[in-house]
Design a protein around this ligand. Sequence first.
Ligand SMILES: C[S@@+](CC[C@H](N)C(=O)[O-])C[C@H]1O[C@@H](n2cnc3c(N)ncnc32)[C@H](O)[C@@H]1O
Length: 289
Amino acid sequence: MFPAEKIPLVLSHIKNYQDSSQEAAEKNDDFELSATSTEKVKTKELYDNTALRWVRTEPSSLSDFTARPAVIEMCEPIAGLQILDLGCGEGYCSRELRQRGAKKVHGIDLSQKMIAAAQAQEAKEPLGISYEANCATDLSQLADDETDLVVAVFLFNYLTVEQTKQCMSEVLRVLRPGGRFIFSVPHPALPYMGQKNPPFYFQVDQNNYFSGRDNLFPGRIWKRDGSWLDVQLVHKTFQDYFESLQSAGFSTLPVLKELHVTPEHLQLDAEFFSPIVDLPLHVAFEIIK
Ligand SMILES: C[S@@+](CC[C@H](N)C(=O)[O-])C[C@H]1O[C@@H](n2cnc3c(N)ncnc32)[C@H](O)[C@@H]1O
């Protein structure tokens, strides 16, 4: 358990870093990725350095509108479930799942600072969620056949094809028979849609859909307030996701939803959402053990 008395100290360190890096980045008023974000930094470092920018209690970034509500809806019925949230970040989805009646939610994330931010929110408004800093490719601390639902919201875009297979085998092992696995990823076609503007951008350089497999692309996803989050994407094709599920041992057919901007998004904020109308933004998968 992370000691509660250290939380304010950790949060103030993260905030100091973030204030200076966002300020530096904001001086770049075109939409080129900044020098820092184009470096292919390690995932843990990226999220340790930007944890506080992810903290939110209301939807703020593009995918908070165009992906997470749809993924959470796919998780219904949630009441009474024992849920594992892989790549939980600062706990945005974990909190929503618990507030919708999950019996138990356990979040795992590679970034200690993300976990500290999640625990700080849990200390502020306790919901009974447990969090753990760990890697999603090895869940040996968790028992077989005990979890009703595993969710992974934008986790697999940080894993290679091999790591995705490892993680999915672990997911299959911890799920109870009949349990569900629901995950979302950026649409495999999205990085190649040529955008260099808000509300998202991935720097694919000379790579393309097949040549780019397993390559890491730095990117940026904007919030409606004009600020942004630096993200990364290890590119995988649709076939990679289907084959990873199969090689992990899932034997049913996944339900798949291709998520995009809806008329409701346009009604809410036409300026923000209209540049990406009709683009394939995210994919959500649901598969049963
Ligand atoms: C885009 S964020 C999404 C966070 C959260 N799921 C949400 O929807 O707000 C991706 C998260 O995946 C975590 N992550 C990346 N690789 C991981 C790994 N191997 N094991 C566990 N978490 C990982 C990152 O630290 C980061 O917090």
